[in-house]
Ligand binder design. Structure first.
Ligand SMILES: [Zn+2]
Ligand SMILES: [Zn+2]
Length: 251
């Protein structure tokens, strides 16, 4: 069993209703943060989760709306009331290590861990085994180094998350028969932008992957003027949820 909590259902465009991308996955004793857009660290506090808690941070890509709170996280781990003690593993796609080296050049000792061990890695083609979790990734159709993830839990449940992507076979493959497929849905039908999905394209991915439930997130402000769920349901007949900040889903 795992719980998935949306920290931000929006994008990089400021919105009262929707924070920037961030998602928490809680399973047994493991806490995974997936992306950390601006505001994520503070939003976590509303769930009683702090900068101390995530064991693993997975980044889908390097756009600022997905990574801006990485530096504040490391800064808090060092200078918070209680310096972090448990290990932290940070993972991203290709290019993540050189991105992180540039942050180290810029911020130096301010983000350098002192009281805990930090590992920064790029995900490979092979499955990553983390405690009792299996994590798979594939490149997404967005920017160079973008990846989506599939996480399999020890009880046989599974989720997949696209991060930002356009329609592609890789996200269908990651989502095959998962209990929850979390897809970006940046723009309404008729207003598609290259590198992103619309509700009907997300529905097509849901249909082809035979996922058990679909969750749409990464909604640009314009989405709130349209019936996104209805547009998606024209294609996908299974259960589909419209992401909201602090929405919780058990699988
Ligand atoms: Zn984005
Ligand atoms: Zn992006």
């Amino acid at each position: 069993m795992a719980e998935i909590i949306i920290l931000g259902s929006g994008t990089g465009i400021p919105s009262i209703r929707r924070g920037s991308p961030g998602l928490i996955v809680l399973s047994d004793n493991t806490s995974i943060l997936i992306d950390s857009g601006p505001g994520t660290l503070r939003k976590m506090l509303e769930l009683g989760i702090t900068y101390q808690d995530p064991d693993l941070i997975l980044y889908t890509h390097l756009h600022p709306d997905h990574t801006a709170d990485l530096v504040p996280t490391l800064f808090a781990c060092k200078y918070g009331d209680l310096p972090r003690e448990k290990d932290l593993l940070c993972i991203g796609g290709s290019g993540f290590k050189s991105f992180f080296e540039k942050l180290e050049e810029l911020y130096g000792s301010w983000i350098e861990p002192q009281s805990y061990h930090l590992t920064v890695k790029e995900i490979s083609k092979e499955a990553l085994l983390y405690r009792d979790l299996k994590i798979f990734s594939k490149p997404m159709a967005h920017i160079s180094g973008s990846v989506g993830y599939r996480i399999e839990f020890k009880d046989g449940k599974s989720i997949a998350i696209s991060g930002d992507t356009d329609y592609c076979q890789n996200i269908i493959d990651l989502g095959i028969e998962v209990d929850l497929l979390i897809l970006e849905c940046s723009f309404p039908d008729g207003k598609k932008v290259e590198g992103h999905l619309t509700p009907s394209l997300a529905g097509r991915i849901g249909l082809k992957s035979h996922c058990k439930k679909l969750l749409l997130t990464h909604l640009y402000p314009v989405c709130d003027q349209f019936d996104i769920l209805e547009q998606c349901r024209q294609v996908y007949r299974g259960e589909v949820l419209l992401g909201e900040d602090l929405m919780r889903i058990m699988i």
